[in-house]
Design a binder for this molecule. Structure first.
Ligand code: SAM
Length: 208
């Protein structure tokens, strides 16, 4: 297990109990994502954490696979799924480039609060491109550390030394957009919700 996977595995119970920082912005994000989903869609979500978003969106599509590389996250997500009785949702312990995702391109691939955590963003987006059918969508919301107050990165660096934070890349919204476009997508939407300026929401369509 990588150092980052071990961090998220350890952090899972605490993450499950954390309150949303901006519930209104989260609801707006869900509404916007729903606007891009259809009842017949086959959906894959990466870095699903404890599955809260998957449980909110699965009812809007035909089937929904939600994956995370931290077993601790998936255990909690699966317990929530069973309690809620959601049948068209499967949780899977898997990284982004897991070979099981190669053979069945999805209509929509989702990634929330994930891209800024990845050691090789280009390789991850390349893998994601192969998981979206031509003309299908990749939808992400990414923390852009470059757009956070200047005191945040040094605080995060100290927290990481003490095992209290994962590594976060210092991307700007424009850099995330450019990386997604380079991987073979057209940007359909790029926006923020409410006053959360550092959380960039992007909808991108895979080129044929
Ligand atoms: C900040 S949490 C976000 C969780 C959830 N998407 C949300 O919005 O609440 C990041 C999640 O991504 C997962 N993660 C980080 N790197 C990953 C990778 N390379 N492959 C799969 N999951 C990853 C972590 O285990 C963690 O659950």
């Amino acid at each position: 297990m990588t150092k980052d996977a071990a961090f998220w595995d350890r952090f899972a119970p605490k993450y499950a109990g954390m309150k949303l920082r901006n519930p209104a912005a989260y609801e707006q994000t869900l509404d916007e994502v729903r606007g891009h989903l259809s009842p017949g869609d086959h959906v894959l979500e990466h870095g699903c954490g404890t599955g809260s978003t998957a449980l909110r969106l699965a009812g809007d599509v035909a089937d929904y696979t939600a994956a995370d590389f931290a077993q601790g996250m998936i255990d909690i997500a699966e317990a929530k799924r069973r309690a809620a009785g959601v049948e068209n949702l499967s949780f899977l312990t898997a990284g982004i480039d897991d070979p099981r995702f190669r053979d069945s391109p999805r209509d929509v691939v989702l990634a929330f609060s994930l891209l800024h955590l990845l050691p090789d963003l280009g390789a991850a987006l390349e893998a994601i491109r192969g998981q979206v059918r031509p003309g299908g969508l990749f939808i992400s919301k990414t923390i852009c550390v470059a757009e956070m107050p200047v005191w945040v990165p040094p605080v995060l660096a100290v927290m990481r030394v003490f095992g209290r934070a994962p590594y976060l890349h210092r991307y700007s919204g424009a850099q995330i957009e450019a990386a997604i476009a380079r991987a073979g997508f057209d940007i359909v939407t790029s926006r923020i919700f409410g006053d959360v300026r550092y959380a960039r929401f992007i909808v991108a369509r895979r080129k044929a």
